[in-house]
Design a protein around this ligand. Structure first.
Ligand SMILES: [Ca+2]
Length: 202
């Protein structure tokens, strides 16, 4: 009997880990060679150095004399369940010259009406000057009550009128349900062990 229970648990844990590691995004690295599955008007697909890996990356060009406090966003929606925990990440690179522009990874939540639940979102540290591809992550994001989708967003923002040329590129986005903490997994294991012992006594 205990062997059977242990086997059930092993399968359960394998399924949990499988679910946890699945990226909920489609075309996360733009290797289709286009922005399919993303809403990315005004953005383009770059190659060469615009890719962190593979052949392509997502890019936005900010020319000189772009107005201050302008926002350029590419996003994809992913299904979520309120109360569950998610992890998001991507790679970001800033090419060209420091240009009064910055880029960051942002997560916003949408309710059942498809409206952004402003005030609940979170953004990564902004990249505000030239740098090579660097990994950014937002961990342990809990979907708020009423959320049914997450908007996973590449954001470019001008902090003032731009003076030069900048290219903001993104690649390899990930948005997934968080892997349960080891302590949670241990508690499940103990619960199952107790269940097995109890059954055996009967
Ligand atoms: Ca890529």
């Amino acid at each position: 009997m205990q062997m059977k229970v242990m086997r059930v648990i092993a399968v359960f844990m394998a399924v949990m880990c499988g679910i946890a590691s699945a990226n909920l995004l489609t075309n996360p690295g733009f290797e289709t060679g286009d922005t399919s599955s993303w809403d990315a008007g005004g953005w383009y697909i770059g190659s060469g150095g615009d890719a962190q890996s593979g052949s392509y990356g997502l890019a936005y060009y900010v020319p000189p004399s772009t107005g201050g406090d302008s926002w350029f966003v590419a996003y994809q929606l992913a299904p979520v369940t309120e109360g569950l925990t998610y992890d998001a990440s991507c790679w970001m690179r800033y090419a060209g010259t420091a240009n009064n522009s910055e880029q960051f990874l942002e997560i916003q939540w949408l309710n059942g009406l498809g409206e952004i639940m402003w005030g609940n979102g979170v953004g990564s540290t902004p990249v505000s000057g030239p740098q090579e591809y660097t990994f950014y992550e937002l961990d342990d994001l809990v979907a708020p009550a009423g959320a049914v989708q997450a908007s996973v967003r590449a954001v470019v923002h001008t902090t003032g009128v731009t003076t030069d040329n900048a290219w903001h590129t993104f690649d390899n986005f990930s948005f997934q349900q968080a892997i349960p903490e080891p302590s949670t997994m241990a508690l499940i294991g103990i619960a199952v062990g107790v269940l097995g012992l109890t059954r055996r006594r009967k």
